[in-house]
Design a protein around this ligand. Structure first.
Ligand code: CO
Length: 509
């Protein structure tokens, strides 16, 4: 009888691909800074692979034992993995921001974080403290001969691409002022029509105040700002990412409300004062890039939802097509809640949607491309702003429900086929960075398709809870299901990260 009951129970309890305690172990600080050749490799590093993979993310989840309330508040730590002749070298360094240095010296949290970290001392110590620490923890990118660590609410930090030493704040020759910001999601237009077909970097910033402004910056390959425009945005603008096409920048203004009082009173962090508005539309703001024409934004409304990341956008017969990861809502950040206790199954998954923005009828249509829980979309760099066929994403192991990212999913939007590589049950993946096989141009950019769009490699960092260490995994983007080409075992774990990029420049020492 007993055995029968056990069997009955086993058959009705859904089998999960992950273990929450194991997943939580990936959220521990990595305080040490390492520097070594990776000598434990399963499989083979492609001998023709040459360049440096950079990745940014919160390296500290505590300051001297005082817990950071949310990983988005953790100090930025850069990993650099340099590849040459079948070998790989690992290095990690914290970005020496003013706040990181001060807090490490003091041995305690000195600054409020955007997502819930408060200074010790309760509301009194936090009231009217508007100073936010520049944590430089979201993206890292080599552009114009400079390695830049980005965080959306403040200035970029410039680092030495070899030693990862912090060199200081970057202002692009005065294009941004001290106290201004530069978002963490630049796009590289592989062939800018405003620059005689040369590549350019397009990024934005949100200037907050009594009202909001979107600033758009376009930089040439020397890192100089060549075009700049700004537009006021009515309402509260919480915009993390955007997309580009040859003619437009596209922003999704998520329907959220901000109640500043508890923040000003020191009772809640800024992130805890953001409230999702399910009855309000998402506003799509389309801004022409041709600054010579004194462009005016085009504003369209679509269903309520929340978007952190866009996969890509392109123009097609009077419309803009944009593929984005959408959530039905944004869960509130509750004061005192521990992010490590995330109840995955009670939250809505991020899913890949396609939006058709009709510029003539001023209407938006959307369709679900991929219902599986996914995040961190990536496309071939030469297809940025152009019609893409393949999207790579971090995804859940199982097709239904919400769960930690344990797999890499490749979606072929033309044939509607899928490929999946899973690291379950012990592996937890990050963003997949696609690197084309083939040669880059003189600036180190992959601006043209030299062969099939999926001819290349995918890199992702996978926390392996069984061995409590992180692996750098290399997949063949053409065939994910044949398994990893190479699995590089690091000597330690690396906390779950955010975004990364690859440059064909080999920066090892
Ligand atoms: Co992001």
């Amino acid at each position: 009888m007993q055995g029968f009951q056990l069997h009955e129970q086993a058959s009705t309890v859904p089998i999960t691909s992950y273990n929450i305690e194991e997943w939580q172990k990936g959220y521990r600080s990595l305080k040490q800074e390492h520097d070594y050749w990776i000598d434990e490799v399963e499989g083979e590093i492609p001998p023709e692979l040459e360049g440096t993979l950079y990745r940014n993310g919160p390296g500290l989840l505590d300051v001297n034992g005082q817990r950071i309330q949310h990983p988005f508040d953790g100090d930025g730590m850069i990993c650099a993995i340099a590849f040459k002749q079948g070998r790989a070298h690992f290095r990690n360094r914290f970005v020496r921001t003013e706040g990181y240095i001060a807090e490490q010296e003091a041995g305690k949290i000195l600054h409020r974080g955007v997502f819930g970290t408060q200074k010790p001392g309760g509301w009194f110590a936090n009231a009217f403290d508007m100073k936010i620490k520049n944590i430089a923890n979201t993206q890292i990118l080599y552009w114009g001969g400079k390695l830049l660590a980005l965080w959306e609410a403040a200035e970029p930090h410039q680092l030495d691409p070899r030693s990862l030493e912090t060199l200081g704040l970057e202002f692009f020759d005065g294009a941004i002022q001290p106290g201004e910001s530069f978002a963490a999601h630049p796009w590289i237009d592989p062939s800018s029509q405003f620059d005689q077909g040369a590549p350019c970097l397009v990024n934005f910033s949100i200037q907050a105040g009594l009202s909001f402004t979107i600033n758009i910056y376009e930089l040439d390959t020397a890192g100089k700002v060549v075009r700049q425009q700004n537009h006021p945005v009515p309402g509260f603008a919480f915009i993390h990412d955007f997309a580009i096409t040859p003619n437009y920048c596209v922003f999704f203004q998520n329907p959220v409300r901000f109640n500043p009082l508890p923040f000003l009173m020191g009772m809640r962090s800024a992130g805890e004062c953001i409230q999702f508005q399910p009855d309000q539309p998402t506003r799509v703001i389309i801004i022409p890039r041709n600054t010579a024409s004194r462009p005016k934004p085009i504003v369209l409304d679509t269903q309520s939802g929340f978007v952190f990341h866009h996969a890509n956008a392109y123009e097609q017969a009077g419309e803009i097509v944009i593929d984005s990861i959408c959530y039905e809502n944004l869960p509130s950040v509750e004061p005192g809640a521990d992010y490590r206790d995330t109840k995955f199954e009670s939250l809505m998954p991020g899913q890949l949607w396609r939006f058709h923005l009709n510029l003539e009828t001023k209407t938006v249509q959307r369709q679900l491309l991929e219902p599986r829980c996914c995040e961190f979309p990536f496309v071939h760099p030469a297809q940025a702003g152009r019609k893409h066929r393949f999207i790579y994403m971090g995804a859940a192991h199982t097709a239904d429900g919400n769960a930690p990212l344990q797999a890499i999913l490749k979606v072929d939007v033309e044939s509607d086929q899928r490929q999946l590589w899973s690291a379950a049950p012990n592996g937890y993946v990050g963003e997949p960075v696609f690197v084309p096989r083939g040669t880059a141009d003189e600036s180190g950019l992959y601006t043209e398709l030299q062969s099939d769009e999926d001819e290349g490699w995918l890199f992702t960092m996978v926390y392996d809870s069984k061995y409590d260490r992180t692996d750098v995994v290399i997949l063949d983007a053409k065939d994910l299901e044949k398994g990893a080409i190479a699995r590089l075992h690091l000597k330690h774990h690396v906390p779950y990260g955010l975004h990364g990029s690859f440059t064909p420049h080999y920066f090892e020492s």
